[in-house]
Design a protein around this ligand. Structure first.
Ligand code: SF4
Length: 289
């Protein structure tokens, strides 16, 4: 402190007041300084606390975030695992189906191969059979028929004059001709016809030659089941008075008035109708006998 010389009471008073003011000012400054320090300390504490809290919060947040991330990851992993499981299941099912398909295909292929083998064997067999048949056919074609031998050996008179013991030949010729006519343009094989008529093959063949020479039928040489035979076809139906001997017109009292377009006509005549039906029945009975 600077020692001042006291000049007067007024000066002293003044100096005392100035010293007081300075003291007050220093006090104020000191107080202010103390307050500031305390505040600073409080603020520092607050900052530290805040930092701690923030750090805690950050750690907690980090933990929460990590948990969230972990949860998300776990969910995603679960989903992925589920997806994988489903895909695996599907793949296994597909594998099974593929295996089944492969087995079925193998079976089908095996069957096909067997069928092919069989078909080839059958084809070979058929070819061999065909060859055999062709050889047989050629052999048969080279043969001459019994009819051809007879035609060579017999005269025309002998063929036309053919007779079967104890048989009315005219009647037989008419009957056989009518039967052949019944088969129209299709004709009938001679062996079948002879069987129906209970004729021997020899008599039947000679009869067919006779019918042909009489101009009633034609004979067509054909191979049937690898053997020569003849198809008999109608050429001309012989007119027999027997066929009209029961016709109602012969004794009809109104025959003079009967005309195709008249009031009395064969188109509407019941006698004609009855007669035709009776004749047809008789003919059929003869054919089946
Ligand atoms: S068709 Fe009849 S009506 Fe005419 S003549 Fe013959 S039976 Fe008589």
């Amino acid at each position: 402190m600077v020692k001042k010389e006291i000049v007067s009471a007024a000066n002293l008073k003044k100096e005392i007041e100035e010293a007081k003011a300075e003291l007050t000012s220093q006090n104020k400054k000191l107080k202010l300084s103390v307050k500031t320090e305390a505040k600073k300390k409080v603020n520092k504490k607050k900052v530290v606390t805040k930092k701690k809290v923030d750090k805690k919060k950050a750690v907690t947040k980090k933990k929460v975030d990590k948990k969230k991330v972990d949860k998300k990851k776990a969910l995603a992993k679960k989903k992925a695992d589920k997806k994988k499981a489903v895909a695996k299941k599907k793949a296994e099912a597909k594998k099974k189906v593929d295996k089944k398909k492969a087995a079925a295909k193998e079976k089908v292929d095996k069957k096909k191969a067997e069928a092919k083998k069989k078909a080839e064997a059958k084809k070979k067999e058929e070819e061999a059979k065909k060859k055999e048949e062709e050889a047989k056919k050629k052999e048969e074609e080279a043969k001459i028929t019994q009819e051809e031998i007879w035609e060579e050996q017999l005269t025309e008179e002998e063929i036309i004059g053919f007779q079967i013991d104890k048989t009315d030949m005219d009647k037989l010729v008419n009957r056989v001709t009518e039967m052949i006519a019944g088969y129209e343009t299709k004709g009938i094989l001679q062996n079948i016809l002879w069987r129906k008529l209970k004729l021997s093959s020899r008599d039947g063949s000679r009869l067919a030659l006779k019918l042909e020479r009489l101009g009633n039928i034609t004979r067509e040489k054909i191979l049937e089941n690898g053997r020569w035979t003849y198809l008999l076809l109608i050429k001309k139906i012989p007119i027999s008075t027997k066929s009209i001997e029961n016709a109602p017109c012969l004794v009809c009292p109104v025959e003079g008035k009967c005309a195709t377009d008249g009031e009395i006509s064969p188109k509407t005549c019941v006698y004609i109708e009855d007669w035709v039906l009776t004749e047809l029945k008789t003919k059929k009975r003869h054919e089946t006998d």
